[in-house]
Design a protein around this ligand. Structure first.
Ligand code: SF4
Length: 388
């Protein structure tokens, strides 16, 4: 039926026995720039329409799928991986449009690294990262002002890739660097060659786990609470610290507990436990291995048939590894599903909406980082990349 025609629907009045027929304009599911109409697109036609839109757009578009993305979406990705790798891969293509099926800070990173002719799209603007949101630029600047006011601290800021563009920009302007979960140790070594202590943003666990493996004792680490004066510490405690860990965490990796490691070892004798460094320090101490999403994927793919793995990271990656390597046992460390609920917000409907709008010449949900922020963020990223 064409758009704008009328359909008859039955409405049951509260008092009359017979239903009353009314006439309302029909909205063809998923046409135009209004996303809500895409919610009516039947699941059975989503894949076909996404493929058709991709065919029409050809090489003008590249789809990026983060490892934690749901299967119904990641199946359309031209590239899969972690956020830095994806942003770099997209910038090496000639595609005009980069559709990032990930979360907000990832799309910002792609916008920082993109070529001038490219535009970055996040299919759902509600796909944020709870960890990145735990460090706002106002909070971090207030922290920095307090540290400077103490005098003579010689602090180098290091921010995890999982932070907003504003925090990356701040870090670059203050002489610091970005790090990833793969290269955090190298970046911390670089930072300690330049300063006496590091302000590590925004994930306290990655900072603690990395510094501890480098030989810095826990007693020389403090956690900065942005809601307390001086982060909740005395000037003396701050002066004695070497790592100032921002009080932030990943709501997914935070859920893995030491007792999960004990239980999985009891239930699956011989199983190996591999966890992400965003997990708590107590969990990392009990694990056999610790590694980024890329390292986890590489470890399981290189493992021998018959080996058993309990993986402490987001459930979509764990399940995907289990499907890709059916001759290995791959299970989640937590029996209760650990989903990145914000990344899960990107549904096939959002992807279709973004692609069909592109097909009609409209760019929706563009992510654009301002030039000043980009300048600082690029400095912080370049310092990290120079170490590789
Ligand atoms: S898994 Fe954690 S750190 Fe990664 S995007 Fe989700 S909330 Fe953010």
């Amino acid at each position: 039926m064409p758009t704008g025609s009328l359909v008859e629907i039955a409405r049951t009045p509260t008092t009359a026995a017979q239903p009353e027929t009314i006439r309302v304009p029909e909205i063809e599911p998923g046409v135009g720039c209004n996303f809500d109409s895409y919610l009516l697109v039947p699941d059975t036609s989503l894949d076909t329409r996404i493929r058709a839109a991709l065919d029409r757009l050809g090489s003008s578009v590249v789809i990026l799928g983060h490892h934690y993305q749901r299967d119904e979406v990641i199946q359309f990705a031209h590239f899969r991986g972690d956020s830095l790798k994806l942003a770099q891969q997209a910038a090496r293509t000639e595609a005009r449009f980069i559709v990032f099926c990930g979360v907000h800070f990832m799309a910002e990173s792609a916008d920082i690294l993109r070529q001038p002719h490219q535009q970055v799209i996040l299919p759902d603007l509600n796909a944020g990262c709870s960890m990145a949101d735990m460090a706002t630029i106002d909070q971090v600047e207030a922290c920095w002002d307090q540290l400077e006011a103490l005098g003579g601290l010689n602090v180098v800021p290091v921010t995890y890739m999982n932070s907003s563009a504003a925090i990356k920009g701040f870090t670059g302007r203050q002489g610091g660097s970005v790090c990833t979960s793969s290269n955090a140790a190298a970046v911390l070594r670089w930072a300690f060659e330049r300063g006496e202590r590091v302000l590590f943003l925004p994930d306290e666990h990655l900072g603690r786990n990395t510094a501890y493996r480098m030989g810095i004792p826990l007693e020389q680490m403090i956690v900065w609470d942005p809601y307390q004066n001086l982060g909740g510490h005395s000037p003396g405690a701050i002066r004695q610290s070497r790592m100032i860990l921002w009080k932030g965490y990943c709501s997914v990796h935070q859920r893995f507990l030491p007792e999960h490691v004990d239980r999985v070892r009891r239930q699956h004798p011989g199983i190996r436990v591999i966890v992400h460094p965003e997990c708590r320090w107590e969990v990392v101490q009990k694990a056999d291995r610790v590694g980024s999403t890329e390292q986890i994927a590489k470890t399981v793919s290189a493992a021998e048939a018959g080996t058993q793995w309990a993986v402490g990271t987001e459930i979509h990656l764990v399940n995907r590894l289990g499907k890709e390597f059916p001759d290995r046992t791959v299970i989640s460390l937590d029996p209760n599903v650990c989903v990145c609920t914000t990344m899960f917000r990107i549904a096939p409907q959002h992807l279709l909406w973004a692609l069909e709008n592109l097909g009609q010449g409209r760019v929706v949900n563009r992510i654009l980082v301002d030039e000043e922020t980009k300048g600082g963020a690029r400095l912080a990223l370049e310092r990290m990349l120079s170490l590789q």
